[in-house]
Design a protein around this ligand. Structure first.
Ligand code: NAP
Length: 285
């Protein structure tokens, strides 16, 4: 049986991937969960998953962590600004240890989009291509949870405020992306493939309508100019840099950066991605 290693296994997506591997019948002894903080995955260790400790920022910890892996899922880190050297260190360790393939969670159209988060993903993709290690790129779209996690806030204020206009957001749930990751980790024919992953697109007005329908509480979409949104965010306590970053994501969204018509996600998971209605219903429950 081949060994599948997953970084970020203490995070939302990595944990779902490990759970899905086990649910699909992969033996726990063939799964390596790579984490900074083993305590966070003590339950996985109890179930027989091999837990290894490593930090993307400590290259000397990475070789032992990826050793013996036939396939490695590199879940992109969350320390924006640090990620290129961090991910490079993981790729170098994978190469040195002869890992058979590295699967990386990137972002939609990483090399072409104007999304502020994309340059680190594009740089990681380039490092991976240049490494000579076989790879698969999972260019994930937005998580539906980016919105459903704010359901209570939307309901309390009665509005979804943004500057994304009528930009379409092809979001999907982390569970959908996790199942896609498991498909490429355990399946054949994904060497050097690039997948653009997203669900059925919706606008923020669609989101407001769906929330209203599901909950019975009216929520409206209030679209602002980038300048007005920046002012509102700063007035609410965000520093200028953070507000500018958040607003830039909305401006990119308005321009279509989070949209895709690709059916790669549905193809990989063998079913339609979770609908927005179902995601809102689940969040409400
Ligand atoms: N598509 C989207 O909408 C979206 C939204 C947010 C983020 N993302 C990206 O997708 C990734 C996975 O999403 P998620 O929801 O699972 O994020 P998450 O819950 O924040 O998980 C991030 C994981 O990365 C680990 N990590 C961070 N820095 C590390 C380091 N220096 N060394 C080792 N591990 C490190 C974290 O470990 P600890 O548990 O020790 O912190 C955690 O396990 C994020 O990290 C980010 O790159 C995508």
């Amino acid at each position: 049986m081949s060994t599948c290693a997953v970084t970020g296994a203490s995070g939302h997506l990595g944990r779902l991937v490990v759970e899905e591997l086990l649910a699909r019948g992969v033996a726990a002894a063939d799964v390596v969960a790579i984490v900074r903080t083993p305590d966070k995955v003590a339950d996985l260790a109890e179930r027989g998953v091999r837990v290894r400790t490593a930090d993307y920022s400590s290259p000397e910890t990475l070789s032992a962590a990826v050793r013996g892996a036939d396939v490695l899922l590199l879940v992109s880190g969350n320390e924006v600004g640090q990620r290129v050297p961090q991910h490079t260190a993981v790729v170098e360790a994978a190469k040195a240890e002869g890992v058979g393939r590295v699967v990386y969670t990137s972002v939609l159209r990483a090399t072409e989009t104007d999304l502020a988060l994309a340059p680190e993903h594009a740089a990681t993709e380039e490092v991976l291509r240049a490494s000579g290690v076989p790879f698969t790129l999972l260019r994930n779209g937005w998580y539906t949870e980016n919105y459903t996690d704010r359901l209570e806030q939307y309901l309390a204020t009665g509005e979804i405020v943004g500057a994304a206009g009528t930009g379409r957001i092809a979001a999907a749930t982390r569970q959908d992306y996790a199942e896609a990751a498991v498909a490429v980790l355990t399946g054949e024919g994904h060497e050097n493939a690039v997948y653009e992953l997203g669900g059925t697109p919706f606008t923020l007005a669609d989101l407001a309508r769906v929330i209203t329908e599901v909950t019975g509480t009216e929520v409206v979409h209030r679209d602002l100019t980038a300048e007005d949104l920046t002012q509102e965010l700063v007035a609410a306590g965000l520093d200028e840099d953070t507000a500018g970053f958040v607003v830039s994501l909305d401006v990119s969204t308005a321009g279509g950066a989070l949209d895709t018509d690709s059916d790669d996600l549905a193809t990989l998971i063998g079913r339609p991605p979770t609908s927005l209605v179902d995601a809102v219903r689940a969040a409400r429950a």
